[in-house]
Unconditional design. Structure first.
Length: 282
């Protein structure tokens, strides 16, 4: 027998070498095995786990320590207060991306009339679905594209799960769908890890290379979408791109090259690292 508090402390230490979010993974795993929420878990630190529950937790832990990401084991993950189906065909949603959603929602709610939203490289659909769930729905057209058909099918399942399937048009596309213009909001969390850093990534980053590999300098896809979007964003439109915190200066230089007259800034995450590029067209 072991108390929840002791189990959480032990797992946190075991997950640190293999996870980007060891504390979150620890809490989610134990809550999953107990069939409880994370808030219940944190409020019942003295609860005694049974021998059977500890055995199951240890079995999952062995898989995680060997390199299998927890979200793929569970088949689901939480993002922006919503539960999303996750498979090895999709990138695992991370809390940092919620910053992009917050900025996107604030922008959309400040607009009047119809707006066109593009979510390029949608993956599990977490950005597009979160926007659809939290927007009124009368004035937005949301296009979600991905080059991976298996990922796109998962995104459609997630949209159906949250009852917004009719509000999102899913397209198999490489970045921005062709012939699409007058875009009011362009969102993207594209691959941005330099290829040289992929072999050293933590086991928890064993996700589809297609969703991680940003090329030699990590800027291949960012550069492409900035180039492809020129002339296709509406006046007063907004571009939000998640970036590698180490590439902030390089991303700024690219943005100024393609959008010299726009308002451009880097937005930090909660840890103070450059996390998002924000381009507001005049």
């Amino acid at each position: 027998m072991s108390q929840i508090s002791d189990t959480l402390t032990d797992l946190h230490q075991r997950f640190k070498p293999v996870s980007d979010t060891p504390l979150l993974d620890t809490q989610v795993l134990v809550a999953f095995v107990l069939g409880q929420t994370r808030s219940w878990l944190l409020a019942h630190q003295e609860f005694e786990l049974s021998t059977a529950q500890i055995k199951i937790i240890n079995q999952y832990t062995d898989r995680i320590v060997s390199g299998e990401p927890l979200p793929y084991i569970l088949g689901k993950w939480e993002f922006y207060g919503l539960e999303f189906k996750i498979t090895p065909d999709t990138l695992i949603p991370r809390p940092e991306t919620e910053i992009l959603v917050e900025h996107a929602l604030a922008f959309c709610k400040s607009k009047t009339g119809e707006i066109l939203i593009i979510d390029a490289g949608t993956g599990s659909g977490c950005i597009a679905v979160s926007l659809a769930v939290h927007l009124p729905g009368a004035a937005e057209t949301i296009l979600a594209g991905d080059i991976s058909l298996p990922a796109l099918l998962i995104a459609q399942e997630n949209a159906r799960k949250h009852n917004v399937k009719k509000r999102i048009l899913f397209l198999q596309a490489d970045l921005i769908p062709p012939l699409v213009e007058n875009i009011d909001l362009l969102c993207a969390n594209l691959p941005y890890i330099p290829s040289s850093r992929l072999p050293a990534a933590k086991p928890s980053r064993r996700e589809p290379e297609l969703a991680l590999n940003g090329g030699r300098d990590g800027l291949a896809l960012v550069s492409r979408i900035l180039k492809d979007s020129t002339g296709r964003i509406s006046r007063g439109g907004l571009i939000l791109l998640e970036i590698d915190p180490d590439s902030g200066r390089s991303v700024l230089a690219l943005a100024r090259e393609y959008y010299p007259d726009a308002q451009i800034k880097l937005v930090p995450d909660l840890a103070g690292h450059d996390r998002m590029l924000r381009i507001l067209l005049q």
